[in-house]
Design a protein around this ligand. Structure first.
Ligand SMILES: NC(=O)c1ccc[n+]([C@@H]2O[C@H](COP(=O)([O-])OP(=O)(O)OC[C@H]3O[C@@H](n4cnc5c(N)ncnc54)[C@H](O)[C@@H]3O)[C@@H](O)[C@H]2O)c1
Ligand SMILES: O=C(O)[C@H](O)COP(=O)(O)O
Length: 390
């Protein structure tokens, strides 16, 4: 039977083409096997326990109720790094726009007409003097896929860059040149910055990471950029800091009624990852990850399940999602032994409260397969059992 993939938001066709029509339908069923989304607010969008997986084409997963998904046995994926270059390029543009009056000078130049246009523009350009980035200090909070690229690009622009990420991955640390010192904490970083850019996920812990106390530590006249998420920066504190002249400018991808219309705030409409290339990258990565999970049970790039990659070589594969409690493997394998089923290969991994077991076996007759699945599902801690055939 074909499996249906339900999409929300604009998903690039290059991603949808990864699902062959002989195996999949797209948006054809009320009971989809999986969802392919971008920023759709899944806290407010019902998805039933039948949904095996949700793939987020993009980085941020704060739009997905992860605890509920894990309890359902729904694996959630994202596409790390798929839009990092797009965000990096926009940050470079915003850094330049912060102190070069490009937009206002273009608007002015449009209005200068007449025979002496060249003379008039030459005279008027003095009103549009800016300042340069080279030699200024950029602080980067979060040195993941986006932040590490932003930091490297800023070094290329001649900026002095200081990074802060107490949880940096080894992979991202390798991508940073040794010209980028790491700050020990925000109180070390903030007083150094002429520009501060934030590239971290929205989590309970990161909510209001930048508020009055942190803004007070910043250099007078600094520029703050938030292309991470609404809520990481306290907007009321930012408006106060702009109004009392402490902060020069706030540039963000996230609009709200608190900041709209403020003369020192520049808002872009959440376009950080909105490039043709990033949308194609994200859609393809999400679709490939989903197909891998649906067809082999293997899990990569999940944000709520452990990574498991076991070559699918045997005729039958059982995948079990269960609570991470002692003796689960013992109870599962006892049932298989009872039913005289020989295990070819097996793997078990856990992540916080969830565990995942993959078992490969020879060919099993349908009635026995059904009996075994029913017995496995009777273990109270087992959330989901799938049977995959090669
Ligand atoms: N504006 C956009 O369109 C757009 C596009 C892509 C990503 N984003 C946002 O940017 C975030 C980061 O994206 P990414 O791809 O770089 O993710 P990532 O997971 O690769 O990197 C995030 C980094 O932040 C670090 N971090 C977490 N909490 C921190 C804290 N309190 N202080 C310092 N570092 C901290 C992590 O250790 C990690 O290295 C996403 O979660 C998303 O919300 C926005
Ligand atoms: O987290 C992300 O990847 C970005 O915020 C992009 O979101 P979008 O897919 O809705 O453009």
């Amino acid at each position: 039977m074909k499996q249906d993939i339900k999409t929300y938001n604009v998903i690039a066709k290059e991603g949808l083409e990864i699902f062959p029509p002989e195996k999949y339908t797209i948006n054809q069923s009320e009971r989809p096997a999986a969802l392919l989304i971008r920023s759709q607010d899944m806290h407010k969008t019902y998805f039933g326990p039948n949904v095996l997986a949700i793939a987020r084409a993009g980085a941020g997963v704060n739009n997905i109720p992860l605890v509920q998904a894990s309890a359902n046995g729904t694996v959630v994926f994202n596409t790390p790094g798929s839009n990092a270059n797009a965000v990096k390029e926009l940050i470079v543009a915003m850094l330049i726009l912060a102190n070069r009056p490009v937009v206002s000078s273009i608007a002015w130049a449009k209005k200068v007409v007449g025979a002496d246009v060249s003379l008039q523009t030459e005279k008027g350009k003095n009103h549009f003097a800016g300042t340069e980035l080279a030699g200024k200090t950029l602080g980067v909070i979060g040195l993941g896929s986006v932040g590490s690229k932003v930091a490297q690009a800023a070094v290329g622009l001649g900026m002095r860059v200081v990074g802060y990420d107490p949880y940096i991955s080894v992979e991202h640390a390798w991508q940073l040149s040794n010209e980028i010192p790491r700050a020990d904490g925000l109180s070390d970083l903030l007083p150094q910055c002429d520009y501060l850019t934030i590239h971290i996920p929205y989590t309970e812990k990161n909510k209001n990471l930048i508020t009055t106390q942190q803004l007070d530590l910043m250099k007078p006249n600094a520029v703050l950029l938030n292309y991470s998420r609404w809520g990481i920066v306290n907007e009321k504190a930012v408006v106060a800091a702009l109004d009392n002249g402490k902060l020069q400018k706030y540039m963000t991808d996230f609009s709200s009624n608190t900041i709209i219309g403020h003369p020192k705030i520049v808002i872009t409409p959440h376009i950080g990852g909105t490039t043709v290339e990033a949308e194609v990258n994200g859609a393809k990565m999400a679709a490939q990850t989903l197909r891998k999970y649906l067809e082999t049970g293997n899990i990569v790039n999940s944000v709520n399940f452990p990574t498991i990659e076991m070559p699918f070589e045997a005729p039958t594969r059982l995948t079990l999602i269960h609570q991470n409690v002692p003796n689960m493997v013992g109870r599962i394998t006892t049932i298989l032994a009872d039913e005289q089923i020989n295990i070819d290969n097996m793997i078990n991994r856990s992540r916080e409260k969830i565990a995942y077991t993959v078992i490969d076996t020879g060919t099993i007759a349908e009635p026995l397969l059904k009996k075994m699945k029913d017995r496995l599902l009777q273990i109270p801690e087992v959330i989901r059992v799938r049977v995959l055939k090669k």
